[in-house]
Design a protein around this ligand. Structure first.
Ligand SMILES: [Fe+2]
Length: 226
């Protein structure tokens, strides 16, 4: 159980990879709400960095949801009962519900990255709070219901295939370098150790090489967060 996590369903599969990514989404949502609230509308340099960082968040979220919608939920669908099918349908519907909320936030960042406008900032704050609330609820729903189905119906061999698929995205070099520190940043030390042990030397190397730069950029991007 990581900070903010709603449940850790018991079963044969090691869901560490899923939980550390959910942790990163939750951490980002809190940081973005705080930054959108605290960053002065006229601080275009910060808004540019925030816009950039929001796109990185969007890339990782999109990849995560696509893996679930294309690989995990369909595999489960033929094995679950009626209640399970409803849960899986809800997962996909919630992904679609979240997309336009995130896109609306992206529009706000894009505007503020070009010029200061307090009305735009204030409306972005409202949108960001709503989008974060919706995504927090979705993550909790997934952890309390959908992952119960994963534990009940998928074998560890099948889950490993999912993990491999989820680790491979079509990322730019910059996104690829950011992925590991993005996952590790702010994780409790015990969870960092567990992940390093599970994931092996490539992840450890990417963490070592990129951790300081990532932390420096995070501090700069979110410097006005309240
Ligand atoms: Fe997930």
């Amino acid at each position: 159980m990581l900070p903010g996590q709603a449940a850790a369903p018991a079963g044969p599969n090691d869901l560490t990879g899923m939980f550390v990514i959910h942790h990163a989404f939750r951490r980002d949502l809190r940081a973005f709400v705080a930054a959108v609230t605290g960053t002065p509308a006229g601080d275009t340099v910060s808004w540019r960095a925030l816009h950039d960082r929001w796109r990185l968040f969007g890339t990782f979220l999109h990849h995560h949801h696509t893996t679930e919608d294309e690989a995990i939920w369909p595999l489960l669908l033929s094995r679950v009962d009626e209640a399970g099918r409803e849960t899986l349908a809800a997962m996909e519907a919630e992904h679609h519900e979240i997309d336009p909320l995130l896109a609306a936030c992206g529009d706000g960042f894009a505007t503020l990255a070009t010029h200061g406008d307090e009305d735009v900032r204030a409306s972005l704050e409202v949108r960001m709070v709503a989008a974060a609330e919706r995504l927090h609820r979705h993550l909790a729903h997934e952890e309390t219901e959908a992952l119960v189905l994963v534990q009940a119906h998928l074998t560890p061999a099948e889950w490993e295939v999912m993990e491999e698929k989820s680790a491979k995205g079509s990322y730019t070099f910059r996104e690829l370098m950011a992925l590991v520190p993005w996952i590790m940043y702010g994780l409790p030390v015990e969870a960092q150790r567990r992940l390093l042990k599970l994931a092996g030397p490539t992840l450890a190397l990417l963490w070592r090489v990129n951790r300081r730069g990532f932390a420096r950029r995070e501090a700069a991007t979110f410097r006005s967060a309240v």
